[in-house]
Structures are given as C-alpha cells and as structure tokens.
Design a protein around this ligand. Structure first.
Ligand code: VGL
Ligand code: ZN
Length: 265
C-alpha cells in the first residue's frame, strides 16, 4: 500500500507525451536563419514564441531538450563563395572517397582547401552527393552580423539543454542533426537520445524543408516516433517545403500543430 502511494505521488507531477519518453528537438534557431540573417528564412522568427510556449507547457513532459547548431568553417564547401562561377542556390555534384574525404572535381578546383585527389580511386568507391550552394551562413564562433551562428536571444534556453553542432566538417554539409549529407559520420545526437531512453522526438525549428526535414527523416529511420510541429517550423522555399511535408507524411512522420500537442496532455 505504502509502495503504491509513493509511486502515485512520484508520478503525480509528471507528464508524458502520449505515454512516451519524449525529447524536444529545436533545429537551428540561429541568427543566420532569422530576419537580417544571411540565409534568412521568411518569418523564421515566428517559430520562437511557439517553441518557447511548447517547452514551457510541456516542461515536465520533455525529459530532454536538444538544440542543434549549424556550425560551419568560414570556407565551408556548402558556400557558393567557395565555388568560382557558381551562384547561391545552384546545385553541384560533390564527390567523396570511401573515407568521406571531398574529391577535386568540376566545382571543386585543385586549389580547394581540404579536398583530395581521387583520380586513382576506383569509381565504385566514390560517392556523389548533390549539394545546394548557399550564401555564407552560420560561421563557427561568429557572434554578430548576418553570418552569426548564435542562437536567437529570444529563444528560451536552460542549463540542462544539450547543444549538438553539425556541419562543422569543412568538406561536407549536414542538414540532419544526426548524420552528414554523405552519411559518413554521425553526431552525438543518437547516443544522447539513447542515454535518456528517448523513444519519441518532437521536431521544431528551421528550416522545415532542409534541416527539420532531414532530422525528422533520420529520427524516423532510427526508430523514433516522430512528431514534426509544422507551426513551430518554417521553410526556405514554398516548393521544397510542400515536397518535404508530403514526403514526411508518406513515410509515417506525424505532422501536427502545437495545439494538437497541447491536446495530447
Ligand atoms: C540549413 C541550409 C543550409 C537548415 C542549414 O538549417 O535548414 N539549410 N544549412
Ligand atoms: Zn548550413
């Protein structure tokens, strides 16, 4: 009897999200993606109050809050500025060797830093990855101006939050907070979620058609239940945002609004 009472008391102040161990993932809510940022997402700042309210309303339900941070070298391979003759938003093919090193190629001239000569490697060992070229953005340790990688000062942050950086290798991009775009290496995110016995992730942030999309997809592929909160996210472009939403829905990722999640309590 006493045992039962104790358990009931311990559970009284604890919420869950639909009975799961839940983590809130806040993707890339950084100055570079916000108004005045060098890769500003339209209305990107409107996600901030929605995310702040979610974490406040669910503070007993999220056992973990993770913020991802796009964290690029000043001469990152995803920057159009590094590819002479190519403009932002054009798409190039990047080739990687079996070790995940960037190879010299059409848009990667021989003087490109940190690229290697792969001409003596068998083609079967090489991997081609499509890369959209972006304006310079989210440069590591830059704390002011358009390319600042800082989190928005308006975003609620707590000491217990975990920050996961991505895109920090100069020669490969990383949209997902789990893996780089070539699938060569993973961040610490999956390990952290496992340590906390998380089985459900609620995904929010920027940009809906890139980092939110690929993070949601990888989380789903890794076996997590995934709820992506559409009004706590914004896309870079309408066409790719529609396509991302459609793909997530087809895969079995649940697209919800913040109000739907409130209804789950
Ligand atoms: C992102 C493009 C380039 C994102 C990051 O956070 O969605 N998009 N780098
Ligand atoms: Zn980036």
């Amino acid at each position: 009897m006493l045992v039962l009472l104790t358990i009931t008391a311990a559970l009284a102040g604890t919420q869950t999200v639909r009975g799961h161990q839940a983590a809130l993932l806040i993707i890339d809510v950084q100055d570079c993606f916000l108004p005045r940022g060098s890769l500003a997402v339209s209305d990107g700042d409107q996600v901030i109050p929605v995310i702040n309210k979610l974490r406040e309303d669910f503070k007993d339900a999220f056992s973990l809050v993770v913020l991802s941070q796009d964290w690029h070298c000043p001469d990152h391979v995803s920057f159009a500025s590094q590819h002479p003759g190519f403009n932002p938003y054009s798409v190039v093919n990047l080739t990687y060797n079996a070790d995940g090193a960037l190879c010299h190629g059409a848009s990667v001239p021989s003087n490109f830093p940190y690229a290697v000569d792969c001409s003596n490697q068998p083609g079967s060992k090489l991997r081609v990855v499509q890369q959209t070229l972006w304006p310079d953005h989210c440069i590591r340790n830059v704390t002011s101006g358009g390319t600042s990688a800082e989190f928005s000062p308006l975003l609620t942050m707590k000491d217990s939050d975990v920050v996961v950086r991505k895109g920090y290798l100069c020669g490969v991009d990383s949209y997902s907070a789990f893996f780089d775009n070539g699938g060569f290496r993973q961040t610490e995110l999956n390990g952290i979620l496992k340590e906390h016995n998380i089985d459900l992730v609620v995904v929010t942030g920027l940009a809906l058609d890139y980092c939110v999309y690929y993070t949601s997809k990888d989380a789903h592929a890794l076996g997590y239940k995934v709820l992506t909160v559409t009004d706590a996210a914004r896309g870079v472009a309408p066409g790719s945002t529609e396509a991302a939403l459609e793909d997530m829905k087809n895969i079995g990722i649940e697209l919800i609004t913040a109000a739907d999640l409130e209804g789950a309590l």
